[in-house]
Design a protein around this ligand. Structure first.
Ligand SMILES: Nc1ncnc2c1ncn2[C@@H]1O[C@H](COP(=O)(O)OP(=O)(O)OP(=O)(O)O)[C@@H](O)[C@H]1O
Ligand SMILES: O=P(O)(O)OC[C@H]1O[C@](O)(CO)[C@@H](O)[C@@H]1O
Ligand SMILES: [Mg+2]
Length: 320
């Protein structure tokens, strides 16, 4: 029977992680469990940094970006020896199950711990929206809206100076941020890791739009597709157009969560605790269609939600 849970955040921080820490803590306490917070993700399990969490400890954080528990990318945790040490520490502290809030890498970490006999459950928290077992990850909506606001500002300059604004956004392995922000901002083109990038085609596309009377354009590049600076250089060398470059960087990851992210964080938290209480674990919580589901790690790849090809086509058709 589960009486005490641990909770940690891992990987890149994402807006809404704090709302999830609050949701997990308060809902678990409501159900009669006690809660331990682990500091700095899997690193905290190795450096033994933990703290008890009560209702008041998670007060005043629902609207804050980042994560009050801190987070880390812990490379040591890739080794089985380290995973065994972490599992032993969890047992020593009488933690019966662990809630991991993080992205796809963090989910692999949770799966590794479950192989060591620790019941785990994952709440998807990453701005990248690139996890199996869910159509939505906490933080994505906030980031897309942040990028949109930035692009709208950059557009003013691009328009006024007749320039091609090249904007690099995050997404090491996935183009969701670029695609969604691109469609919302009316970009001329988006470059994403899921599609081969031809800078020759891009320049033809931009030149053609220019001939049709379009004096300024927006090109959004996911960092995993190509470096924004390479796109800038190519346009400068191969066209008569005038590009400018903005690498958005970490402004995309901070900030207060949108209503959608704070709501999803709360709903995912409730589902995670309900699952643990009913003996369902080693699962990723996720939104699948209209439902909030719990999918075993081993089955999550069956629920892979790729980039929406219709949206990708539409960006390029509407952007000219
Ligand atoms: N195969 C694995 N086995 C064990 N642990 C892993 C594995 N992959 C990742 N992890 C752990 O999860 C941590 C976070 O992973 P990663 O850096 O990929 O971020 P993420 O959770 O995908 O979030 P984001 O992509 O939003 O930054 C890693 O630093 C590592 O501690
Ligand atoms: O510099 P860091 O913290 O490793 O984060 C960069 C990476 O994290 C992510 O933002 C996801 O949080 C990726 O898109 C990005 O490549
Ligand atoms: Mg990831």
């Amino acid at each position: 029977m589960i009486t005490k849970i641990g909770v940690l955040t891992s990987g890149g921080d994402a807006p809404g992680m704090n709302a999830a820490i609050r949701g997990v803590t308060r809902y678990a306490i409501e159900q009669g469990l006690s809660v331990t917070g682990i500091i700095r993700g899997y690193e905290g399990l190795l450096s033994h940094e933990i703290m008890p969490l009560d209702r008041r400890d998670v007060g005043g954080i629902i609207h804050r970006g980042g994560t009050m528990l801190r987070t880390a990318r812990c490379l040591e945790f890739m080794e089985e020896k380290t995973q065994k040490e972490a599992a032993a520490y969890i047992r020593e502290n009488d933690i019966d199950a662990l809630v991991v809030i993080g992205g796809d890498g963090s989910m692999r970490g949770a799966q590794a711990l479950s192989k060591q006999g620790i019941p785990t459950i994952v709440i998807p928290g990453t701005i990248d929206n690139d996890m199996d077992g869910t159509e939505y990850t906490i933080g994505f909506d906030t980031t897309v809206n942040t990028v949109l606001q930035c692009v709208n500002r950059i557009r003013d300059t691009a328009y006024s100076h007749d320039r091609v604004a090249v904007i690099e956004v995050m997404g090491r392995h996935a183009g969701f941020i670029a695609l969604h922000a691109g469609l919302a901002a009316g970009a001329e083109a988006v470059l994403v890791p899921e599609h081969d990038v031809s800078l020759e085609d891009l320049c033809m596309h931009l030149n053609e739009s220019h001939r049709m009377g379009k004096m300024s354009s927006i090109v959004i590049v996911a960092e995993g597709a190509m470096k924004g600076s390479d796109v800038y250089d190519y346009i400068k060398e191969h066209t008569y157009l005038e590009p400018n470059l903005t690498v958005l960087g970490y402004v995309q990851r901070g900030g207060s969560p949108t209503a959608r992210d704070a709501i999803m964080a709360s709903l995912f938290s409730e589902k995670a605790i309900d699952c643990l209480l009913s003996g369902t674990y080693n699962c990723v919580i996720g939104q699948i269609g209209e439902t909030i589901a719990a999918t075993p790690y081993t089955e999550a790849p069956r629920y892979h939600f790729p980039l929406d090809e219709n949206m990708y086509r539409l960006v390029h058709q509407l952007g000219r």
